[in-house]
Design a protein around this ligand. Structure first.
Ligand SMILES: Cc1ncc(C[n+]2csc(CCOP(=O)(O)OP(=O)(O)O)c2C)c(N)n1
Ligand SMILES: [Mg+2]
Length: 463
């Protein structure tokens, strides 16, 4: 098991003792198995204090049921010793790069140290992979002319949604633009509901009648096609949260193009005036269709444009940075301090929509360079593997599992029928039974024939 002798390990330890990052890496490696065999008490203590992994180093005989036995390192087989170490069940400390945040109107910045457990690492990786694979399938189905109409892919931007989701509480709501498939999945739609909707089948979330831009679900207000049009809607949802006093946040996500809309500034004004519980999230993918940010925005520092609303610029390709910023923003809003803006700098790897090759207004080399160096999934996977939080095998298993899942769902959806022509009169109008100030959301999702209301409405129009 040992690669180097005890004495040289100890020497290295002493040498790197003051170089925290290096030492932690060192402690994370399997060479530790050898280290604990021969080290003195001072070094044991040092490991215990500094290692994100080691929870316990024992000098008593190895107990039958060490906590985390599967993970715990029964280290010293063959080393004629009774020491063992057990793995920490809490997370590892993962440092972030120093330049991932810039703040406006705030005295503090999100922490540059992120705590991450193995389970979380696997969860985030799986979530990003599922979105990407689903989008890749959507792209292929579109090219195969099985999906028609609008279709805006989220490939490249996955860290934005996946990084924010852990900060959302059970009553929090999300509203976003037409680039919504990833968010739909995170907000509880199934892959079948999303692919079914894209394919126009009755198993889709809007029974195949809404398509790419119009998916809704519990606490998920869509999918919205008008650029910036949903920013006031998200602000209205925040007003509803405040009115209902339910402690929830309205997460309102939009693009750099939408950030220039007049209604965005009107929304900022009302949100600050009324101290609404809202996080405005600008997914700045550098382009508004074919127009680069510096050509459409006089000020591309979107996080500074809320006047009295504070903001944070975040490396949106770094999942952990997004998560830290999301946590910070959620705590800020839940403390009753009012709105906050997050600018997540990201990049879309595909064209604006399926009808845009995405290469006439930006060079292929620009796209290739960013895909190579800034891919949020690849970089996150490399980081957590280097930290020994997960293994290459874990990553391969996720890839395999996700690919299989998506293929099965796609095959299933392709066998489902499209909605019939009679369905034109389904779910068009809502009949309000009680006098309420807001329609009950459950009612809106009922699948019912409302042709009698259509007739009634026509009569009203004639009169
Ligand atoms: C009010 C309005 N104007 C123009 C359009 C056409 N349009 C659709 S998407 C888009 C670009 C929006 O860019 P951005 O807000 O950065 O979002 P992204 O597509 O990059 O995610 C435009 C101009 C529209 N849908 N609505
Ligand atoms: Mg954009």
């Amino acid at each position: 098991m040992s690669l180097i002798s005890d004495s040289s390990v100890i020497a290295v330890f002493k040498f790197v003792k003051n170089m925290n990052g290096l030492l932690l890496n060192f402690v994370n490696t399997s060479k530790l198995y050898k280290i604990v065999n021969g080290v003195d008490k001072a070094i044991n203590n040092y490991i215990l204090k500094n290692s994100p992994i080691v929870r316990h180093i024992s000098t008593t005989p190895f107990p039958a049921n060490v906590p985390n036995a599967g993970l715990a390192s029964r280290l010293l087989d063959g080393h004629k010793t009774n020491q063992y170490v057990a793995e920490r069940s809490e997370g590892q400390k993962v440092p972030l790069a120093e330049n991932v945040f810039e703040v406006y109107g705030l005295n503090e910045c999100p922490s540059l140290t992120s705590e991450l457990t193995k389970e979380e690492a696997l969860q985030y990786l799986r979530a990003m992979k599922r979105i990407r694979r689903m989008e890749q399938l959507a792209q292929a189905l579109y090219l195969d002319r099985k999906i028609r109409g609008f279709c805006h892919l989220y490939i490249g931007e996955e860290a934005c949604a996946v990084g924010l989701k852990p900060s959302m509480g059970p009553k929090d709501t999300l509203i976003t633009s037409y680039r919504c498939h990833g968010w739909a999945l995170l907000m509880g739609q199934t892959v079948e509901m999303i692919l079914g909707e894209l394919l126009g089948r009755i198993n889709g979330s809007a029974r195949g009648k809404g398509g790419s831009m119009h998916m809704y679900g519990t606490n998920f207000f869509g999918g919205n096609g008008i650029v910036g049009g949903h920013v006031p809607l998200g602000t209205g949802v925040a007003l509803a949260h405040k009115y209902r006093n339910n402690g929830a946040i309205s997460w309102t996500s939009f693009g750099d193009g939408a950030a220039d809309q007049g209604q965005t500034f009107e929304s900022y004004n009302m949100a600050k005036l009324w101290n609404l519980p809202i996080v405005y999230t600008i997914e700045n993918n550098q382009y508004s269709m074919g127009t680069a940010t510096k050509r459409h925005s006089a000020n591309t520092r979107y996080f500074t444009r809320g006047d009295l609303i504070p903001g944070i610029k975040v490396d949106g390709m770094d999942l952990l940075a997004v998560r830290q910023a999301g946590k910070f923003a959620a705590a800020y809003v839940r403390a009753g301090k009012g709105p906050i803006i997050l600018q997540l700098d990201t990049y879309r790897f595909r064209g604006h929509s399926m009808s845009d090759p995405g290469t006439s207004y930006r060079s292929k080399s620009e796209v290739d360079k960013i895909m190579k160096s800034k891919d949020c999934i690849k970089n996150f996977a490399e980081k957590v593997i280097a930290q020994q939080l997960i293994s290459d095998e874990d990553l391969k298993a996720i890839q395999k599992e996700v690919k299989k899942e998506m293929k099965e769902v796609q095959d299933k959806c392709l066998k489902v029928k499209e909605p019939s022509i009679e369905e034109t009169h389904h779910d068009v109008y809502q009949e309000y039974k009680a006098k309420v100030r807001m329609p009950p959301m459950e009612g809106l999702r009922e699948h019912k024939n409302v042709s009698h209301l259509v007739k009634k409405n026509k009569q009203c129009v004639k009169q």
